[in-house]
Design a protein around this ligand. Structure first.
Ligand SMILES: [Ca+2]
Ligand SMILES: [Ca+2]
Ligand SMILES: [Ca+2]
Ligand SMILES: [Ca+2]
Length: 238
């Protein structure tokens, strides 16, 4: 038998399902000698390509929602974090993969159970979207409203400077729930503002730049980001 180079062995696909043996063994945790691991009539390769889990049968088994090992982390995110979707505690440290990701820890480091993954907030002005990123993996993406053209949100790399659950803007006379400042000039991330008479800005503004330079989030995402991002988290605006 001829000796194969690494590149050749990485491309071997014994069961012809479109995923190499190496991918099946080290990443997807599917069978290398069975093209349809979950037996639902769709090959492992087809399922990955179309966003379905090759480990869970049926048309409801989307990568984004299927959780084969019930550890709180979807099969799709397990693949992105390179954890084992069939083992609830990949690094065997007593904390489930889902709990580690929720709390910002590395679920694959066997030697250091306290190793954290880097958090980052990415703001896309053109797309009016915010990304919640942990260890280079996008955990969530939310619609936002940034500064209108007269008062634009500044581009650049910043960080969360301070946080307060319900800030008051003296300049504009409004409340800014779940406030996180990221410039010294008063730019921050917060929930859709509320006026003292009880009026709250409508969610229809999300996706359109209408603010005075701040980054507005909807009800739910604003608190999610507030609870998730500690002071010091990098904020990249582009
Ligand atoms: Ca294969
Ligand atoms: Ca299948
Ligand atoms: Ca899982
Ligand atoms: Ca663990």
């Amino acid at each position: 038998m001829p000796v194969l180079t690494h590149a050749q062995s990485a491309s071997i696909d014994t069961d012809g399902d479109g995923l190499s043996d190496e991918q099946e063994t080290t990443l997807y945790r599917t069978a290398t000698h069975n093209p349809d691991t979950d037996g639902d009539g769709y090959s492992d390769g087809q399922e990955i390509k179309n966003g379905y889990s090759p480990l869970m049968p049926g048309p409801q088994s989307k990568l984004s929602t299927s959780d084969t090992d019930w550890d709180g982390l979807s099969d799709g995110l397990e693949y992105k974090f390179k954890t084992d979707p069939t083992n609830p505690d990949t690094d065997g440290d007593g904390y489930s993969d889902g709990a580690e990701i929720r709390n910002g820890y590395d679920p694959t480091d066997k030697t250091d159970r306290d190793k954290k993954l880097a958090k980052q907030i990415e703001i896309n002005l053109k797309g009016q979207r915010m990304k919640k990123i942990l260890g280079g993996v996008v955990l969530a993406e939310y619609p936002i409203s940034t500064g209108k053209w007269k008062t634009p949100t500044p581009k650049g790399t910043f960080k969360i400077l301070n946080k307060t659950p319900r800030a008051w803007s003296k300049t504009y006379g409004l409340y800014m729930p779940w406030w996180m400042a990221f410039t010294r000039q008063g730019h921050g991330i917060h929930e859709l503002p509320e006026w003292p008479n009880g009026y709250k800005e409508g969610t229809n503004h999300l996706g359109t730049p209408v603010s005075h330079g701040c980054v507005r989030l909807g009800i739910g995402p604003a608190k999610d980001m507030y609870d998730w991002a500690p002071v010091g988290t990098p904020v990249v605006v582009r």
